[in-house]
Design a protein around this ligand. Structure first.
Ligand SMILES: CC(C)(COP(=O)(O)OP(=O)(O)OC[C@H]1O[C@@H](n2cnc3c(N)ncnc32)[C@H](O)[C@@H]1OP(=O)(O)O)[C@@H](O)C(=O)NCCC(=O)NCCS
Length: 146
């Protein structure tokens, strides 16, 4: 096992990233993760999503983007055999550095309420649990996995 290397995610990584997401508890895969939607996301947010790989094997990923004001991180995961080696921290840092370089200084992450490990992970890195806000979402059309 080698130390994973990080590089920007491209559409060539799509199938591998989605496969990792499907096999990782704590990460949800939605219709918004379709090939077309992720292509749009990567085009809108160039150089802000990353994969970690050991040779040809994908061992981690993260996606980030922004709306011009705030950054949004999502889909962070590291495969179990590569955890607790700083891979996730490096992926996060890559996103935050990229966001900072374009003037985005504050970012958000949604964590499933059932993902207690994930919540502890973010809290230990200094991310603040917002108890002053409630997120409201609206589905314009479609089913319950939009
Ligand atoms: C959460 C997750 C991404 C963390 O990945 P990771 O690569 O293990 O994260 P890191 O290695 O950066 O940090 C994990 C711990 O290992 C420690 N660590 C880092 N390098 C280390 C090393 N060389 N030796 C020992 N421990 C180390 C870190 O200090 C950290 O401990 P802390 O949280 O108590 O500070 C991973 O557990 C995962 O994929 N979980 C399932 C998906 C998920 O929940 N994603 C988050 C959704 S919001």
């Amino acid at each position: 096992m080698n130390p994973p290397t990080l590089r920007p995610m491209t559409m060539a990584d799509y199938d591998g990233v989605i496969a990792l997401m499907h096999q990782t508890p704590g990460v949800s895969v939605r219709e918004a993760d379709s090939r077309e939607a992720i292509q749009r996301y990567l085009l809108r947010n160039p150089g802000l999503s990353f994969v970690a790989e050991d040779g040809a094997a994908l061992v981690g990923c993260i996606m980030s983007g922004h709306d011009g004001r705030r950054g949004y991180l999502q889909h962070l995961l590291v495969v179990p055999a590569y955890r607790e080696r700083g891979v996730a921290s490096a992926l996060i840092e890559a996103c935050l550095a990229g966001l900072e370089a374009i003037g985005i200084l504050k970012s958000h992450i949604d964590v499933l309420a059932t993902n207690e490990t994930g919540q502890r992970f973010w809290a230990r890195r200094g991310w603040i649990l917002r108890t002053d806000l409630r997120r409201y979402s609206f589905v314009q059309s479609g089913g319950d996995n939009v």
